[in-house]
Design a protein around this ligand. Structure first.
Ligand SMILES: NC(=O)c1ccc[n+]([C@@H]2O[C@H](COP(=O)([O-])OP(=O)(O)OC[C@H]3O[C@@H](n4cnc5c(N)ncnc54)[C@H](O)[C@@H]3O)[C@@H](O)[C@H]2O)c1
Length: 322
């Protein structure tokens, strides 16, 4: 399935971010030509994003455009001539979306519209959109299945991701684009965003600072290792033309409680955490858990990296960053 992508030209929006830079490296290693667009926004240190792309920038099959997905001219220019577009650029994060809702709507909805419109105008028919497990809100039924209702988001971020799916469906229904919306479940591994729990907690523990424990520690997340996510995205890129529109979960099918996650991080770091009890923040869902039936069926997806091995790799990377 993966060799099918060799020689393809793929545009990755948000190429300098965690997932985007890993995907860039992975597709270059497969023999693809990769274009990346990123505006190096300051959601976290742009220097980190530049470092993420260091290896790719020395590859002559990689082109980086520093620009904003809300700029229709730049987006159309970067989309032109591509076989597939993987749209990852976004303002990520649930909690900050409640502080700056207009920016989230502008980038995640307005920017997504520009990417889809450029694909229509340039005749690029193979589009992958990074959606999120947050669209399930506080869905009570577990595991979360793509056929579950997702009409009750509890953060602006989740609402923008659902809006992106709706726009994607529209561009499929009206203009015939093949679009796969991947609902990603909490992605971790080397280069993980610094606002996400594993990265944030690890740094605080190493610095001897307290880590926030929300509620009674029973919140659950289906943490998914980056290599598994990449395998799912690669499989989505290589799907057959004419497949239409689909929404597919990419998770690990192994939800972990917050208190168990902290214990696993402590074990990997060999250091105890100082805990600070805090109320559950607004926007945070009680739990996430991916039903992978559809991912297995349509993408041959099978997560391979368990939390222990994934944390080892993450901590090895974190130590190499010092
Ligand atoms: N990491 C996760 O756990 C997770 C879970 C679900 C969904 N997702 C989605 O996956 C995608 C990638 O997530 P990530 O964790 O790699 O985030 P990230 O913040 O590391 O990467 C996003 C990239 O997009 C870029 N960007 C932001 N606004 C832009 C704009 N207007 N124009 C051009 N580039 C812009 C940023 O500079 C950044 O490099 C996002 O769409 C995110 O919502 C991530």
């Amino acid at each position: 399935m993966l060799t099918g992508n060799k020689n393809k030209k793929v545009l990755i929006t948000g190429a300098a971010g965690c997932i985007g830079s890993h995907l860039t490296d992975r597709l270059l290693s497969r023999g693809c030509k990769v274009s990346g667009i990123d505006n190096f926004c300051d959601f976290y240190d742009p220097a980190t994003k530049r470092k993420n792309l260091e290896a790719a920038l020395s590859n002559d099959r990689f082109v980086l455009v520093e620009g904003d997905i809300r700029d229709p001219g730049i987006v159309r220019h970067t989309v032109a001539g591509c076989d597939a577009v993987v749209h990852l650029a976004a303002m990520a994060g649930v909690r900050p979306s409640l502080k700056n809702p207009a920016l989230y709507q502008d980038v995640n909805v307005g920017g997504t519209l520009q990417v889809l419109e450029a694909c229509r105008l340039e005749g690029v028919n193979n589009v992958i959109f990074a959606s999120s497990s947050s669209v399930y809100g506080n869905n009570r039924k577990v595991p979360f299945s793509e056929s579950d209702p997702v009409d009750h988001p509890i953060s602006v971020y989740a609402a923008t991701k659902k809006s992106g799916e709706l726009l994607a469906h529209t561009y499929h229904a009206v203009f015939g684009l093949d679009i796969t919306c991947l609902r990603l479940f909490t992605v971790y591994g080397p280069r993980q965003r610094p606002d996400l729990a594993i990265h944030k907690f690890s740094r605080l523990i190493l610095e001897g600072k307290p880590i926030p424990i929300f509620g009674d520690g029973s919140m659950e997340r289906d943490h998914t290792y980056i290599d598994d996510i990449l395998a799912g995205i690669e499989a989505a890129i290589s799907r057959n033309p004419g497949r239409g529109f689909s929404v597919i979960n990419l998770g690990s099918d192994h939800p972990v409680r917050l208190d168990a996650l902290v214990a696993a991080i402590e074990k990997t770091l060999g250091k105890k955490a100082v805990l600070e009890k805090k109320p559950v923040p607004q926007g945070d869902v009680r739990r996430t858990w991916a039903d992978l039936t559809r991912a297995r069926e349509l993408l041959g997806y099978e997560p391979k990296t368990g939390l222990e091995a994934g944390l080892e790799n993450f901590v090895e990377w974190l130590n190499s960053e010092k």
